[in-house]
Design a protein around this ligand. Structure first.
Ligand code: 4NP
Length: 156
């Protein structure tokens, strides 16, 4: 059996969008019985929140969507990640610009917007960190669910 394909979800702080994307990905591959063929992690572009749990609104969103076993502490992306992961999926255009700037020459990771796999065409997953409530986090979850499904259908 060939090696697992590896996906790294990336956003600015790794406490809002990319943990939700990672939790959705892990939950999806588990439900689809393909967890033996895929693995996922998440990371930040900036080290503002290293070792922090996801934002409480992200935790609430993940739990209220039935994912109860997700745990992750924020970490920053490293040069090795660009060699280790098959895909590095960013949430917005700034993420993609930064990832392309950081990508070491000769590394294998394919850098893409997660939202390019959204069948509803909502390509940008907006940063909800400065919002006053959880509404934006629930929207992030919906976008991630659609996009992860699209990604797995495309690359099954
Ligand atoms: P994320 O959201 O990139 O989706 O994790 C943010 C979290 C923290 C900050 C910005 C965005 N911050 O500036 O601290």
């Amino acid at each position: 059996m060939s090696e697992r394909r590896k996906v790294l979800m990336v956003c600015l702080g790794n406490i809002c969008r990319s943990p939700i994307a990672e939790a959705v990905f892990i939950s999806s591959i588990t439900q689809m019985n393909i967890a033996n063929r895929w693995s996922a992690d998440s990371a930040a572009l900036r080290g503002y929140h290293v070792n922090s749990m996801p934002d409480t609104r992200a935790q609430e969103t993940i739990k209220s969507n039935g994912i109860t076993n997700y745990s992750h502490l924020a970490r920053t992306i490293t040069d090795d990640d660009f060699h280790d992961f098959d895909w590095i999926l960013g949430m917005d255009d700034f993420n993609i610009t930064e990832l392309n700037r950081m990508k070491p020459e000769g590394s294998k990771a394919q850098i893409e917007l997660l939202g390019r796999y959204d069948p509803e065409g909502e390509v940008i997953i907006r940063d909800p960190f400065y919002d006053r409530d959880s509404t934006g986090f629930f929207k992030v979850f919906e976008q991630c669910s659609r996009s992860v499904k699209g990604f797995l259908e495309t690359h099954q």
